[in-house]
Write a protein that binds this ligand. Structure first.
Ligand SMILES: [Fe+2]
Length: 213
């Protein structure tokens, strides 16, 4: 599997290209501010774009979808949408074939209700659900609870060596692994949901105290 991370601009946004090297079938995730750059890169490697996914419906992740659709003929798929070619709907557990690979959808509400993480082979693209050393912004009530459950039930159920590719470069490194996040992400070191919300409420002070930017 080929994975490339693109710094697309915006608020340290990341876009991604995932491809099966054997069949040259590829998918774009969150092209955001640099759709042309990602499509051109894909063309340079003779990849055929099969899908475009948006991890959630926030403008800084979806704003390149129109240009990608014009360049590739592929309309971006968000949670609840059905791919016209495979007939598969973007829902929890849905699988989209990508050459010899399989793209699996994990519904991870919290930051938004329509949040998805995209799991392919040994990589998971986490959008604004999980960042390196941080988690996505939510309210401190139902949104936080949904995110807490998504993180614990969906993301931390993945194998330890799963590579984590977030939607923004907010951490100390541009990518991580499930094991590394489980061991170091302050939001996972909290013993329960109440402590998780307490850290969210006091995140600015925690950052200052720990020198996190
Ligand atoms: Fe977002």
């Amino acid at each position: 599997m080929f994975v490339k991370q693109f710094r697309t601009g915006g608020d340290r946004n990341f876009g991604y290209l995932v491809a099966d090297e054997t069949t040259k079938k590829a998918a774009i995730i969150d092209p955001s501010y640099s759709p042309e750059m990602i499509v051109e890169f894909a063309r340079g490697r003779d990849y055929e774009i099969e899908y475009v996914f948006s991890t959630h419906d926030h403008f800084d992740h979806t704003n390149g979808n129109g240009v990608v659709a014009r360049l590739t003929g592929k309309r971006a798929l968000l949670f609840g949408m059905t791919d016209p070619e495979t007939g598969v709907t973007v829902a929890d557990g849905a699988c989209f074939p990508l050459g010899n690979l399989e793209i699996q959808i994990l519904h991870t509400p919290g930051h938004t209700n329509d949040g998805i993480c995209i799991y392919v082979e040994d990589a998971v693209f986490t959008g604004d659900t999980l960042f390196v050393g941080k988690v996505g912004g939510t309210d401190l009530g139902p949104g936080a609870k949904a995110e807490y459950d998504s993180l614990h039930q969906k993301l931390f159920a993945l194998p330890d060596n799963t590579r984590v590719f977030p939607g923004h470069d907010y951490g100390t490194a541009p990518e991580s692994t499930i094991a590394h996040e489980r061991e170091t992400n302050p939001f996972f070191l909290q013993p329960d949901f109440e402590a998780f919300v307490h850290l969210k409420r006091n995140w600015e002070a925690y950052k200052k105290a720990h020198g996190i930017s």
